[in-house]
Design a protein around this ligand. Structure first.
Ligand code: SAM
Length: 242
């Protein structure tokens, strides 16, 4: 998979993309991340990439020329997605969709954003990481990179862990415990030490259901409410349906 990122602050993204899982996956050739500095194609002596908005008002706007020129020069993989608070909200399903592509590109905005002609005539879509406004798209690009990158086969040692974690089946994840079995008098649930794999699986599913009911009832609604087997599982482990 190839992911290209267009930014005026390449160091911000490069640092993130060179560390931990992503850095290792890049070094091993599992994922190809290319970071392009929009300033490098600016030809004026100050390498300016922004200008004041026509019509007046606060802030600066990223000029169209360096963005069009960079895209025409490097031909980044499509779709080219502009990071924007008004874009399609990133969630696990969207991350999964992106991870199944051969590649895609991210354009980071700054200041008031990009000249509208970039949105109308250059990008293929817009992606948001949530309903709040950041100062720039670089951190958002890091979020997309990590959420998508870890779903690319080969990125994680144990691919099962991706299939079992939060949101993969519309539920938040069950709790985890590790050694010691007793820590400061707090016990690990007996079932996890039992060696009974079927019972452990049922307990985890029941815990995931109970946590989702408590913390994210909207997700239960999205699944169409509780099924009869969900109810039976909750009852089996004395967990509350409400
Ligand atoms: N004036 C814009 C608006 O009201 O929608 C906000 C611009 S914001 C200060 C600067 C840049 O940060 C945006 O162009 C975008 O690239 C990035 N950004 C801010 N919030 C974001 C979010 N929630 N998701 C993705 N990118 C975001």
């Amino acid at each position: 998979m190839r992911i290209d990122i267009l930014t005026i602050f390449p160091d911000l993204v490069e640092g993130f993309a060179s560390t931990s899982l992503l850095g290792k996956a890049r070094r091993e050739g599992i994922i190809d991340v290319n970071i392009h500095d929009l300033r490098s194609v600016a030809i004026d002596p100050h390498r300016s990439v922004d200008d004041s908005p026509f019509g007046g008002g606060a802030g600066m706007v990223l000029k169209p020329e360096p963005i069009f020129d960079t895209v025409e020069k490097v031909n980044p993989p499509r779709p080219l997605l502009y990071l924007s608070p008004s874009g399609r909200r990133l969630d696990q399903a969207y991350a999964q969709e992106l991870s199944e592509l051969d590649g895609f590109s991210l354009l980071c905005g700054r200041y008031e954003g990009v000249d509208e002609r970039v949105r109308e005539h250059l990008v293929d879509g817009e992606i948001s990481i949530g309903d709040y406004v950041l100062a720039g798209g670089e951190i958002a690009a890091g979020v997309v990179l990590e959420a998508v990158g870890r779903l690319v086969p080969g990125m994680l040692g144990n691919y099962d862990s991706v299939e079992e974690e939060s949101f993969s089946d519309g539920l938040v994840e069950y709790p985890h415990y590790t050694r010691p079995a007793t820590f400061r008098s707090w016990e690990t649930p007996e079932v996890l030490l039992s060696g009974n794999h079927k019972r452990i699986e049922d307990w985890r599913k029941a815990q995931a259901l109970a946590r989702t009911i408590k913390w994210r009832p909207d997700l239960i609604e999205t699944r169409g409410g509780l099924s009869d087997s969900d109810r039976r599982l909750l009852a089996e482990f004395d967990l509350d349906e409400t």
